[in-house]
Design a protein around this ligand. Structure first.
Ligand code: ATR
Length: 267
């Protein structure tokens, strides 16, 4: 019997995770299945409980259930604790381990795939919701010179920065932005609405990278970045890398991500 995994979300039909994990399993010779399961908005806990009862080994969790997945876990990795949200659950005999691989996925995509140095650099993180929160600690672990969280509602950025105050993070509104940044990361929902956060024209340092966590289409943020001389990257690499981190947690083997990213891009 193959081991059983799935991604829970709502909506979830668009998810590329089944494709990615199938590619990882083929590549590493792991005997497992991975499907996409739609959980009712008010029935996440029950859906996961049923899945586990049916003998599943673990699950990924996407929007809007990551906080609920965190609450469901009986044990957490340090990076899940920092994020306050879980995108990966591992079902164990005596409980559920909650992990959050999003931040590690982003950092790996930046460093390994895109060749970006984070250490000593000025990082601007746009957004103060769950997507932003999940990547702060892994970014700080790389010891940037500066991490500024900017948000449409400045208070939320300030609160979030306070939660990571030991790392020297600062937060505020777009009107407070000054100076240049080496890496600008879009963790807002603006791209979904084809919207551009109000960034100053002078935000990008020479050789800056603009990173949009969204993938699958060009965004106003990436177009803005290119028009201002920055290199632009979408979030497809992060998607594959966070999946690889989850796969490694479950199976104890790290798949090769570059080939999977390439084949997804070729579509
Ligand atoms: P997620 O879990 O994806 O982070 P979220 O918690 O709803 O989703 O957070 C969405 C983030 O995108 C927030 O930081 C939001 O700003 P506010 O806190 O001011 O609402 C930000 N956001 C959404 N639409 C935006 C837009 N058009 N321009 C700038 N920021 C936007």
């Amino acid at each position: 019997m193959p081991d059983i995994y799935a991604v829970f979300g709502n909506p979830v039909a668009h998810s590329k995770s089944p494709l990615i994990h199938a590619a990882f399993a083929r590549q590493t010779g792991q005997d497992m299945t991975y499907s996409a399961l739609l959980a009712p908005l008010d029935g996440f806990r029950e859906s996961v409980a049923e899945f586990r009862k049916d003998g599943a080994s673990g699950a990924n969790v996407t929007v809007p259930f990551k906080e609920q997945a965190y609450a469901l876990a009986t044990r957490h990795t340090p990076r899940a604790l920092a994020a306050g949200a879980a995108n990966t659950l591992k079902f164990e005999v005596d409980g559920i381990l909650g992990d959050n691989t999003d931040g590690a996925g982003l950092v790996r995509d930046l460093i390994v795939n895109l060749g970006v140095v984070i250490a000593g650099k000025r990082i601007l993180l746009m957004g103060a919701g769950g997507a932003a929160r999940g990547v702060i600690q892994p970014l700080l672990d790389q010891q940037p010179a500066q991490l500024f969280i900017v948000n449409r509602t400045p208070e939320k950025a300030i609160d979030l920065a306070c939660a990571f105050a030991a790392g020297g993070v600062r937060g505020g509104g777009y009107a407070e932005l000054s100076g240049e940044f080496d890496v600008v990361i879009n963790a807002t929902a603006a791209s979904l609405a084809n919207d551009l956060p109000p960034l100053p024209d002078s935000i990008f340092a020479p050789d800056a990278l603009a990173y949009d966590m969204m993938y699958g289409r060009d965004t106003p943020f990436l177009a803005f970045a290119r028009a201002h001389g920055a290199r632009a990257a979408d979030g497809l690499g992060m998607l594959v890398e966070q999946a690889a981190e989850a796969f490694n947690l479950w199976r104890g083997v790290r798949p090769d991500t570059a080939t999977v990213i390439r084949s997804l891009r070729e579509g």
